[in-house]
Design a protein around this ligand. Structure first.
Ligand SMILES: C[C@@H]1O[C@H](OP(=O)(O)OP(=O)(O)OC[C@H]2O[C@@H](n3cnc4c(=O)[nH]c(N)nc43)[C@H](O)[C@@H]2O)[C@@H](O)[C@H](O)[C@@H]1O
Length: 409
């Protein structure tokens, strides 16, 4: 597994890899950020690694999942490898990646050579320009990095507390992800470079070809797709053959809008919990959401509803109670499934089932909803059936999401 990680399938790059030692890029995202913004940051860093590989062989080290604010169920959720959630072979058709544990094996020692803790510029900014500068740390805690008596930099390091870094600095940064490339190539020399707070780097080109390549490569792990498919078949009369949603190798898959029909159900992403505070006026009440869904069922002549939600049980039951005829479904994992795949896996199963519905509507500016919309673009749905959101009760005519449709070239 480790060896194939460098093999990008490109002859020139293999020659490069022989000539130059492979370097490793590690990154992390601000601890407060949720699962689906993290997926977005992966795309930015992945495309940086792709860009680096035009000149030097770099491998992206996938940051183990864990300690996410929203993942509060009572089981330990740290050191989760990417293969729990995503199909690594698919990621590797875009860029060379390895899991953190494999990186540690390759190094033979729990070491990271250089850390650049990304931060903004002192005093904020008045105009946009691409710039970077090694400077004092604006965070008085230096993001939790501290030097021990032997001069080694210590940190939580995804729960691998035996890991240490040799060098640490704060780097003020304003720019797209690609802008850091010359710095990495010419101002760093270590075999591995770690960039915490990678969300400071912006997408090189949001919504363009490269964005979609990275996004398409993020195929969900087969064991999660299988669970979702089984649920669809059992409860929602939905199969890929019938619905025209057969998944292919992402590098070859190219659907036209409207080719996917989707299963005979409406799916909604009903974001609750902390969102009720953050986006109070833009979210419907449970009753308001039910009223809207009833209209959709009528309009599309359907009877079934799939609800992807973080709502506690009582709220979901209340939502259900507003329906008489319609069948309302939610995926509820057994304890065994939960222990294996955790909150992240359940979130993906929800996203997968929602992505296969005839019609989808989400929650205002939720990255969870955005990722479902992208999945539907990949599958080839009509954008009208995808880029929708539920309105707050007081604003029935709310603005609908931008149609970020898929770009192949
Ligand atoms: C208020 C903001 O909200 C932003 O969340 P937003 O974009 O919706 O989306 P996420 O960043 O994914 O964060 C939401 C988390 O809540 C859970 N969650 C939300 N909706 C569902 C669902 O339908 N099904 C399941 N199974 N789980 C769900 C899940 O653990 C997910 O990782 C955060 O990224 C920000 O950090 C901040 O908290």
């Amino acid at each position: 597994e480790i060896n194939t990680a460098y093999d990008t399938g490109n002859k020139d790059k293999t020659t490069f890899a022989e000539a130059k030692a492979v370097r490793y890029l590690l990154y992390d995202v601000n601890p407060g950020e949720g699962f689906n913004l993290r997926r977005d940051v992966y795309m930015r860093v992945a495309n940086l690694v792709k860009f680096l590989n035009e000149d030097e062989p770099w491998v992206l080290v996938l940051p183990p999942w864990g300690r996410l604010y929203h993942w509060q169920r009572d089981v330990e959720q740290i050191k989760i490898p990417w293969k729990t959630f995503f199909d690594l072979d698919s990621l590797r058709q875009h860029i060379p990646v390895i899991e953190f544990e494999d990186y540690l094996k390759v190094r033979g020692e729990p070491v990271i050579d250089e850390v650049y803790y990304l931060q903004g510029f002192k005093g904020g900014w008045t105009h946009w320009e691409e710039k970077l500068n090694i400077t004092e740390c604006l965070d008085s805690r230096s993001g939790g990095f501290r030097q021990d008596d032997d001069g080694r930099w210590r940190h939580w390091f995804f729960g691998y507390e035996e890991v240490y870094a040799k060098k640490f600095a704060c780097l003020s940064y304003m720019g797209h992800a690609g802008f850091i490339k010359p710095f990495l190539m010419h101002n760093t020399t270590g075999r591995s470079v770690y960039i915490p707070q990678a969300e400071e780097m912006l997408h090189d080109r949001y919504g363009h070809k490269g964005y979609w390549e990275a996004r398409r490569s993020m195929v969900f792990a087969k064991h999660l797709r299988d669970i979702g498919d089984e649920f669809r078949a059992k409860h929602l009369t939905s199969t890929d053959q019938e619905d025209n949603t057969v998944l292919e190798d992402w590098t070859k898959m190219r659907r036209k809008h409207g080719e996917a029909k989707g299963g005979p159900y409406i799916a909604i992403h009903l974001r609750r919990r902390d969102y009720l505070w953050a986006r109070k006026d833009e979210l419907p009440s449970l009753k308001g959401a039910a009223k809207h869904v009833k209209k959709l069922l009528k309009k599309y002549d359907l009877l079934k509803v799939y609800v992807a939600t973080d709502a506690p049980k009582e709220e979901y039951e209340e939502f259900k109670s507003y329906f008489k005829k319609a069948e309302i479904y939610r995926y509820e994992p057994t304890e065994e499934v939960f222990n294996k795949y955790k909150d992240g896996g359940i979130a993906i199963i929800d996203q997968w089932i929602a992505a296969h519905a005839r019609y989808f509507t989400g929650s205002h500016v939720s990255t969870f909803s955005f990722r479902i919309q992208e999945e539907r673009e990949i599958l080839g749905f009509d954008p009208e059936m995808t880029f929708n959101r539920m309105c707050g009760d007081k604003d029935q005519d709310c603005e609908q999401p931008t149609k970020w449709t898929i770009i192949y070239d």
